[in-house]
Design a binder for this molecule. Structure first.
Ligand SMILES: Nc1nc2c(ncn2[C@@H]2O[C@H](COP(=O)(O)OP(=O)(O)O)[C@@H](O)[C@H]2O)c(=O)[nH]1
Ligand SMILES: [Mg+2]
Length: 234
């Protein structure tokens, strides 16, 4: 099965807008509760072509009419089983921190299936609404956290930061093991093979023109690599 990604967050944080931005889906009626109550699922293509299922959900913290609580429960179950949770935050809201706490409190109550670790990536949305100075601080902070795969700053509205977000999502849902390789300068064929069959997550060229790569390879691809190009693995 494809890895699954669930969008959660406070009402109005921008989940549906981000969902549309990531999937290229037709814009849904945005402020209609029913539009997102049945979690909407779509397939997204991430860098290196890896597909994932992404689900939009209803806002976590809103006064749900009584008869809707049941379907909300189904949403929570779906979130619990997701390989990756995107916690979408309206970073331009003065209530941003308090809202995040509320959402975290709900997330903590959702059980994780046995043997799964919960991965949460905070998406700091609406950076287009920040004053230039605040924005610089926020983006800088997110860039540091992005290296650990815990935060990304975006504008779902303008599209800023979306490509970097895709990369971060792709790396977080990738369970193929990393392999370190050295590619000699004249081995363009090998390099091309690696890009076609794996997901390159690190690349450095040394002074002698050798390329040191970190590549995530499916075990079957790794087996083929070892047969096709013995001696290449560090
Ligand atoms: N300026 C700005 N507005 C946004 C952004 N993302 C969403 N919005 C607006 O915020 C409101 C709520 O967005 P929506 O996606 O429906 O939020 P949801 O309740 O979390 O699904 C809508 O009016 C969106 O147009 C953004 O990055 N920048
Ligand atoms: Mg929505």
């Amino acid at each position: 099965p494809f890895p699954s990604v669930a969008l959660v967050g406070y009402t109005n944080a921008g989940k549906s807008t981000l969902f549309n931005r990531l999937t290229g889906a037709e814009v849904m009626a945005k402020d209609l509760l029913f539009a997102t109550l049945d979690t909407t699922q779509r397939t997204i293509r991430l860098p290196q072509g890896r597909p994932a299922i992404i689900a939009d959900t209803v806002g976590f913290v809103s006064d749900l009419p009584h008869e809707l609580v049941e379907s909300f429960r189904a949403t929570l179950e779906e979130v619990g089983e997701a390989d990756l949770i995107l916690h979408v935050r309206d970073i331009a809201s003065p209530d941003s921190a308090a809202q995040a706490k509320d959402v975290e409190a709900v997330l903590e109550q959702i059980p994780t299936p046995d043997g799964k670790t919960r991965r949460i990536l905070e998406v700091w949305n609406k950076i287009d609404l920040l004053e230039p100075e605040t924005r610089e601080t926020v983006v800088g902070q997110a860039e540091r956290l992005a290296r650990e795969g815990t935060a990304a700053a975006v504008s779902a509205w303008t599209g800023e930061g979306i490509e970097a977000l895709r990369d971060t999502i792709a790396s977080l849902i990738d369970d193929d093991p990393e392999t370190q390789l050295t590619v000699e300068p004249h081995r363009g064929d090998l390099l091309a093979w690696l890009y076609a069959n794996g997901r390159v997550t690190g690349r450095e060229t040394d002074d002698d023109g050798r390329v040191h790569l970190t590549v995530r390879l499916h075990p079957a691809a790794l087996g083929r690599l070892e047969r096709l190009y013995p001696d290449v693995i560090d």
